[in-house]
Design a protein around this ligand. Structure first.
Ligand code: 4AD
Ligand code: MG
Length: 430
């Protein structure tokens, strides 16, 4: 008999097939036994009907417990009442293992308990749905850039220098030197952009952030495009197009998962280009009027992010930040050199910053000056300065956080559920 996956079951209507999976649930009603089987791609109802209480399949059925592994065989039938519209008329149950006392039961569990059992929690319906959305978001990102001629460039994870400030660096020994886990592939991407024109890197980023919020992970995934000859304007345009593409993809391909998560799709469907734009100078007084305690020169916290998301049903692009609060590489505005040509995209529905980026300094002297001002060790950036010596051009790019995007798409409360094994301030297990 042919082994098939549940997501493909419709193609096997009225045929005999084999399904390999785990028991998700079971119930009986009179002469019928209902078995819910999950195989990773979906959940299938399998039934046995018999007037004989001693039917051998009833015996096997009675033995089965939640998460027992098994192979079942039977005929695929169309049935409107079954979840997914198809069910399996059971002919055979082959038990691989009986699972004893599976710790995650249909009753409510506390978050610490579930996090402790993350390796098993992944099998639950909602977790499964969130991670399916993650898979789609990643695929959409790859398709978006590949289809537009961007070259994927893998940047190193072990690095000799900081990209996003020295306070969140993870140190590790590198033989007789020190190395840091990458906070961002951007600096290397600036080099590959000069070699390939338009590039992107897609990898894990590490930040030793001592903040315990629902938006921060210690290890997260980021996609970072970088384009030679591009400006702040170009990068805003690219960020908008990318987000529109991701939203559209999730809405068409992962509707069922959004339903499973009880995520109302309307706010996502309502998003249109162009996104509203506002400068840092303009937004600070607006936030203060709305009761925020932010001072000019301060960064946005959770209360500000919520207030910003009240401004529009679209993501909001904030630009022209005080250079002082931004990274050393940011290009200053030509008329207002105290301002940096950076952009942060703030997601609607209070999901906060999902994209950070902007235009980079291309002038050698200015970059040298910034490295000095920020007390960065020049030796570690010599190669980066070379990029400003040999055919320097304006260039721009951004980073999009995968997990923040997935949180927003799924409208879930905490970012920890958007990655299979989250690394959090107080958790590195399992
Ligand atoms: O704004 P960030 O720090 O920008 C950079 O790293 C730039 N070098 C990117 C670039 O221009 N190539 O981070 C970019 C995005 C944020 O907007 C956010 O979505 C995500 O990365 N991010 C995090 N996601 C989860 N947990 C954290 N601790 C994050 N820190 C940043
Ligand atoms: Mg940022």
């Amino acid at each position: 008999m042919k082994w098939v996956y549940i997501e493909d079951i419709a193609a096997f209507k009225d045929l005999d097939v084999e399904v390999r999976g785990w028991v998700y649930g079971k119930r009986s009603s009179g002469k019928v036994r209902f078995l819910l089987i999950r195989d990773g791609t979906g959940i299938l109802q399998a039934t046995v009907f018999s007037g004989d209480e001693n039917h051998p399949l009833f015996k096997a059925f009675d033995e089965l417990t939640q998460e027992s592994s098994l192979i079942v065989r039977g005929r695929v039938r169309e049935d409107k009442r079954a979840p997914g519209g198809y069910e399996l008329g059971l002919q055979d149950i082959e038990i691989l293992q009986i699972a004893k006392d599976y710790p995650i039961t249909p009753k409510e569990h506390t978050t610490p308990f579930l996090m402790e059992h993350r390796h098993l929690w992944l099998r639950s319906r909602k977790q499964h749905a969130v991670l399916q959305v993650r898979v789609e978001v990643i695929k959409a990102i790859r398709n978006f850039f590949d289809d537009r001629g961007f070259r994927l460039m893998d940047t190193p994870i072990l690095t000799p220098s900081a990209c996003e400030g020295t306070t969140t660096l993870f140190e590790t020994k590198y033989f007789d030197q020190m190395a840091y886990l990458s906070q961002s592939g951007q600096l290397y991407n600036e080099a590959t952009a000069a070699a390939f024109g338009k590039v992107y890197c897609f990898g894990p980023a590490f930040r030793a952030e001592k903040s315990k919020t629902r938006r921060h992970l210690i290890e997260f995934w980021m996609v970072e495009p970088e384009v030679a000859f591009a400006t702040l304007e170009d990068t805003i345009e690219l960020g908008q197009d990318l987000l529109m593409f991701i939203i559209e993809r999730v809405l068409t391909k992962r509707r069922q998962d959004l339903e499973e998560l009880e995520r109302d799709p309307k706010p996502l469907e309502a998003i249109t280009k162009p996104f509203p734009r506002i400068t840092y100078d303009e937004i600070v007084p607006k936030l203060q009027e709305k009761g925020s305690a932010i001072q000019y020169g301060g960064d946005f916290g959770a209360p500000e992010e919520s207030l910003i998301s009240e401004l529009s049903t679209n993501p909001v692009c904030i630009t022209h930040f005080p250079a002082k609060i931004k990274a050393f590489y940011m290009q200053p505005d030509k008329d207002r050199p105290d301002l940096a040509l950076g952009v942060d995209f703030m997601a609607p529905e209070s999901y906060g910053e999902i994209i950070g980026g902007g235009q980079r300094i291309h002038d050698l002297n200015l970059l040298e000056q910034r490295i000095q001002e920020q007390h960065l060790p020049r030796e570690a950036y010599e190669w980066y300065l070379d990029l400003r010596k040999y055919g320097s051009v304006p260039h721009a790019g951004f980073g999009l956080g995968v997990e923040r995007t997935v949180s927003w798409m799924c409208r879930i409360k905490h970012i920890r559920e958007t990655i299979p094994f989250p690394r959090l301030l107080y958790r590195i297990y399992p």
